[in-house]
Design a protein around this ligand. Structure first.
Ligand SMILES: [Zn+2]
Length: 100
């Protein structure tokens, strides 16, 4: 389950583990003051593989890291001006992501 960061008007920041399906908290569970959800620092990585969030095992983390490396290859190809290579590499990476 992902952990979301919130900020309470009174208590400051706190973290709350929630399912994706859970509603966003609007009140601090501690004091009942208004709380707002902060954008997580952990978001931003391309991790669309089904089931990625189902567990947080080392194997899954390793897989995510490997996929990020593949993405870096994509970026390097386009920096080299190799658009054909970029598309090919990117397609392969997307395939790996969907299989992850
Ligand atoms: Zn509070």
């Amino acid at each position: 389950m992902p952990i979301y960061e919130y900020r309470c008007e009174k208590c400051g920041k706190f973290e709350k583990m929630q399912k994706f399906s859970d509603p966003i908290l609007e009140q601090c569970p501690e004091c009942g003051s208004r709380a707002e959800r902060l954008i997580s620092r952990n978001v931003g990585v391309v991790l669309k593989g089904s089931g990625f969030y189902k567990n947080d095992s080392q194997a899954v983390k390793d897989k995510a890291r490997a996929l990020n490396k593949e993405r870096q290859k994509d970026n390097q190809a386009i920096l080299d001006g190799d658009v054909g290579g970029f598309i090919k590499q990117s397609e392969e990476t997307s395939k790996k992501v969907s299989e992850a």
